[in-house]
Design a protein around this ligand. Sequence first.
Ligand SMILES: Nc1nc2c(ncn2[C@@H]2O[C@H](COP(=O)(O)OP(=O)(O)OP(=O)(O)O)[C@@H](O)[C@H]2O)c(=O)[nH]1
Ligand SMILES: [Mg+2]
Length: 248
Amino acid sequence: MPDTPAPENAAPAAPRRTLRLGVAGPVGTGKSSLIATLCRELSADLAMAVVTNDIYTDEDARFLRSAGVLDADRIRAVETGACPHTAIRDDITANLDAVEDLEAEFAPLDIVLVESGGDNLTATFSPSLIDAQIFCLDVAGGGDVARKGGPGIGRADVLVVNKADLAPYVGVDVGQMVADAEKARDGRPVLAVARDDAASVARLSDWVRDVLDEHRAGTHVPQDPGPMAPHGHGPGDAGHGHGHGHGH
Ligand SMILES: Nc1nc2c(ncn2[C@@H]2O[C@H](COP(=O)(O)OP(=O)(O)OP(=O)(O)O)[C@@H](O)[C@H]2O)c(=O)[nH]1
Ligand SMILES: [Mg+2]
């Protein structure tokens, strides 16, 4: 009989199964609604949970619980108490704790969605916290936003141009906005989405399923879209060496 292989010769541990999927983007672009939509679309055959981030409240978690898209226990709020980007990039401890608690409690989970607090165009997730990230813009923010670039617009795994149904009311050409975004993203995907447009929701759901498959197969490599633009957190933050404050 062959000897039992020594531990150092053992096959590497299987990759972690749960896909941690971040959703970032400016305030009010529809991140919570997108998460509600994804839970409705996917939770029948995938085990899911959600972590929300708000600065001072658990408003987003309460919205998702009241929407009834998942059992209330599967939706956890992190109150960041600071700029949202801090908790998703600089000190991810509270978010990581929340994700790991959910993964342990509801094992095996297929997807944990993490919603960033609404921030500015430069806030992105650390790849130490999430495996893939959605950056969410909306047409109501103006058709030119997609041309402005930044790490989320340029390099998130997918860019969603959300609330496409509102385009005629705000004078935005969705096709042009998507084309501008595609140009800024070197071929990375861009999806125009409206929550009541089933075809657009199906395209987004398919994208999530594809990333989950790649994650499970070990072929998806988490990307870092890049750091924040230089910034400061106010007058007491001189140690950061940044130029200006956010005013919150
Ligand atoms: N017309 C339209 N409105 C939408 C759509 N998705 C979201 N909304 C609305 O947009 C508003 C903001 O949506 P939320 O999902 O709360 O946005 P959010 O990005 O999570 O907001 P914060 O977490 O506060 O940054 C709400 O009034 C939603 O009902 C959409 O596809 N079409
Ligand atoms: Mg929200």
